[in-house]
Design a protein around this ligand. Structure first.
Ligand code: HEM
Length: 397
């Protein structure tokens, strides 16, 4: 049933999920952000905002916005419908085991492993001085698909399936368009591998994957939920991190003075990923269902409506960020929403930060300049945004 749309709410026929929008969000998401604080898209019977202030409120306020009633809900989805699609009271119960698995003590161990692997990889790549490579295949993908599955305890062989799995799952958060069907037509073997890899008997003992099943042994969650949690960690943690780190590499190539600035000020390492997520959010769109009428600058978005935050546009919102289109690792970056916010804020953000810190830390020591030497390949996905392929020349120090 279509709800009445407030007379004072602007409408737009821009299709934020068409191929052109995926490739050029400035011509869609940013145009909608500048059109009005909130815009109704008849094609999807959904409201969107590209403003940082309203996007932040939508994600932070789980009393008024439901993750379960998000747009494009598909009950037969291949996605592991747990956690990210749960409201209270179920949400905190199923989130607790993952949070526990990322305790400060565990993070310290991870840091040792992540640092050693980053140093090893970068040392190998730079062994003969300046090198030409493909950013994802040879550097970022190789690194993330080593260290991240290691902490889950996944089998070594077949880990590249995680990239396609992430792609499929990301697409399920958008409409069932041609792109969605294309992704799904190739997904069978990938899904088989992931489901098999997540079974308790195939996970290495003592690590994060098995810890989900151990939480089920105590009755905190069910055994089915344990498997769904492992699947959701895998789908949420692989290409989100890979593309975010690729976006960061691309940003350093576009703003070479920022790379020099980081090399001279390694204490800024912790803010690199934060600024990169503001500048180029991998998640372009995050949807919610409206629980009670919500006022966005005088437009009352009605209860039961669907609404989406345009995250790329919010990261570039000039109302919130000075020189928003500049990648600037020195800025006061507190309050960006690239990891979401509120109860669904990314549960793996400390892992992603650590991956970024270790990889860019290792690169900083050995790479004087990051140069793009060919056409960048964007990620083609309904809701993910950024760089998937990037031919690079890394100039040795
Ligand atoms: C730079 C890399 C990453 C980015 C940009 C990112 C981004 C996000 C965002 C925006 C959300 C909120 C979604 C919403 O509100 O609907 C989220 C949630 C989540 N992320 Fe991440 N993520 C990253 C890495 C990771 C990693 C490494 C893991 C696993 C270790 C992970 C696991 C999750 C899970 C399980 C959720 C759902 C949390 C909940 O609903 O309570 N993410 N992430």
């Amino acid at each position: 049933m279509t709800l009445p749309v407030p007379a004072n709410c602007p409408r737009s026929d821009l299709d934020i999920f068409c191929m052109d929008a995926i490739l050029h969000p400035d011509n869609y998401d940013v145009v909608l952000r500048e059109m009005a604080p909130v815009v109704y898209l008849p094609q999807y019977d959904m409201y969107v905002t590209g403003r940082h202030e309203h996007s932040q409120k939508i994600l932070a306020n789980d009393d008024q916005f439901s993750a379960f009633k998000r747009p494009f809900f598909e009950p037969k989805s291949v996605r592991a419908d747990i956690l990210i699609t749960d409201d209270r009271p179920k949400h905190p119960r199923v989130r607790r085991p993952i949070q526990r698995a990322m305790s400060p003590a565990v993070m310290r161990q991870m840091k040792e492993h992540f640092t050693a692997e980053a140093e090893k990889l970068v040392e190998q790549l730079m062994a003969n001085g300046t090198v030409e490579l493909e950013g994802r295949r040879d550097l970022v993908g190789k690194y993330v698909l080593k260290v991240f599955p290691d902490v889950i305890g996944l089998p070594e062989s077949g880990r590249e399936n995680l990239l396609d799995y992430g792609d499929v799952v990301f697409n399920t958060f958008g409409p069932e368009n041609e792109l969605y069907h294309q992704t799904f037509s190739k997904a069978g073997p990938v899904l088989d591998w992931v489901v098999n890899a997540c079974k308790r008997e195939n996970l290495a003992p003592g690590l994060m994957g098995v810890q989900m099943y151990e939480a089920a042994d105590t009755g905190e969650i069910t055994h089915d939920e344990a498997m769904l949690l492992v699947l959701s960690i895998l789908s949420a943690g692989s290409d989100s991190t890979i593309v975010s780190l690729m976006n960061t590499l691309a940003a350093f190539a576009r703003f070479p003075e920022q790379w020099q600035h980081l090399r001279a000020n390694p204490n800024l390492m912790r803010t690199v990923l934060e600024e990169s997520l503001r500048y180029e959010s991998i998640t372009r769109f995050l949807g919610r269902g409206v629980i009670t009428d919500f006022d966005i600058e005088g437009v009352i978005v009605p209860a039961e409506a669907k609404i989406g935050a345009l995250m790329y546009a919010a990261g570039r919102d000039p109302r919130r960020w000075d020189h928003a289109d500049q990648f600037d690792i020195s800025r006061q970056i507190v309050g960006h929403i690239g990891f979401g916010t509120g109860i669904h804020a990314c549960v793996g953000q400390s892992v992603a930060r650590l991956e970024a810190e270790c990889l860019f830390g290792a690169l900083c020591k050995r790479v004087a300049k990051i140069e793009v030497i060919g056409a960048a390949k964007p990620i083609i996905n309904n809701i993910a945004h950024g760089t998937f392929g990037l031919p690079l020349r890394l100039h040795a120090v």
